[in-house]
Design a protein around this ligand. Sequence first.
Ligand code: GDP
Length: 613
Amino acid sequence: MQAPSVGGVMLPRGNGETIRLSRGASLTDFAEKINANPASLVAVMMNLGEMVTATQSVSDETLQLLAGEMNYTVQIVSPEEEDRELLESFDIEFGEDEGDEEDLVVRPPVVTVMGHVDHGKTRLLDAIRKTNVIAGEAGGITQHIGAYQVATEVNDEERKITFIDTPGHEAFTAMRARGAKSTDIAILVVAANDGVMPQTVEALNHAKAADVPIVVAVNKIDVEGADPTKVRGQLTEYGLVAEEYGGDTMFVDISAKQGLHIDSLLEAVVLTADASLDLRANPAQDAQGISIESRLDRGRGAVATVLVQRGTLRVGDTMVVGDAYGRVRAMLDDNGNNVAEAGPSTPVQVLGLTNVPGAGDNFLVVDEDRTARQIAEKRAARERNAAFAKRTRRVSLEDLDKVLKAGEVQQLNLIIKGDASGSVEALESSLLQLDVGEEVDIRVLHRGVGAVTESDIDLAMGSDAIVIGFNVRAAGRAAQMAEREGVDVRYYSVIYQAIEEIEAALKGMLKPEYEEVELGTAEIREVFKSSKLGNIAGVLIRSGEVKRNTKARLIRDGKVVAENLNIEGLRRFKDDVTEIREGYEGGINLGNFNDIKVDDVIATYEMREKPRA
Ligand code: GDP
């Protein structure tokens, strides 16, 4: 049978079999699965009118299109599915409460505060925390661990609420992007003197997309010109209609600064939870949840704040958090007190993990240390593979010519390590926002919290990456290894400095652009004929200076009559010179170009590298 071909390219051909590929796979990954040459898949895509390089991560649609063309069926596996399958292979189910209805008990709502910058999110989180410390726990050292719990009285009943202590929707979205649902209710803060602003709308759209009910806190009512009614009117346009206007969204007018109506806001949160959510969990099972924030502590090692979503977490439990694992050595609550256990909706700081997990990673308690280690290792391996394939920024495909010269696309590979997940993420996103033109691509191969390790250097070696250490240093033999292998490891403690340097490095990587710089002009006063050298121009330098071995053009009556000439000989009187300055006379020999006349102008120039803006 003749092998089928498209436009002369031999096509690997299947029999409709199903290929499973991770989301964001590359043509190389695909080729591996079907035992084909990646280049042939690149060629197929080219014939289909899409320019794709072999290692670039492609969209689901592209994978489907390619599969269809070659008679395969492709099944895209999302990272969440992959993880679910991994856990299933250990007989673990993540995300569902065990048991029946009667095993479930009410748990506190988990709240995120969102809204436009400067509308008072941070101030509100402070105000709530200060005025509503859970009874009996006052006096402890208040510390920021990424989340805290407060109590409030609603209908003579003490009700708890958990707040995620990182204001803004970035954290919320980042967690959601990882498939983690961290938030039950969103408080949308709108300053009454400023009204609905772009990030107000953004925040409310995020909450809606996540199907999270919203309570509106109309803040800064103490400020002159505050107009809480106007805010209600504005938000109506976005589908948030206040209860007093017949809608189902609770609006509470507050002043975070003066601590006004904070209790009413908390009550509104509880009432909204009761009205629209069924917040219950089984406290009597192995704990599961998500990590909220984590960092490396000099004395205590990896410190991770986790939010228990179901079950009860206890000191001594063996847990896996993302690709970190370990036995819980100690737990601290948001007041810095040691606690022995933490139930549903409780945030606690956990000590005892092998390394630092990322924000939004899920956690689960398992029976055996060995299981924890295996899950963590499998996840780490998967992350590494994905990091190799992942391309966080794409070259512009607008210009087909450019893409065809794919070999000329340059990219800077980075590995970012830092002391806290927040700073690593901040650095990464700032770097990805750097705009240094279309020809350069920034790729973050790996990011993580903790020291620069040998495995980071390994990865850097394999992919010509630069390693960035933010407030961390190389651990153990990593520094020597980097030195030996010529891996560039750069340490920073200020984000903007890191950004500046990387930007400069990127500019250095860009192919130089040249511009023409005029050096000088010479007017021909006389033409001498030499039997050896041809015509020699007797000139007066009119401007600048004329140098030997620079480029020149000949201008006659204001028009360029010859280009790309070269000042081959330059003389003053009988002497060969390298340059003649303005106002002086001399002789110029243009090599074997002899078509010169009196009154012609020789303009000389050189190409200089243009500095990048
Ligand atoms: P965020 O960017 O949303 O976190 O806003 P902040 O909490 O940092 O607040 C921005 C500014 O508004 C700060 O100067 C606060 O002190 C001030 N602010 C916050 N809430 C109030 C309020 O209720 N009344 C007044 N007058 N100022 C407030």
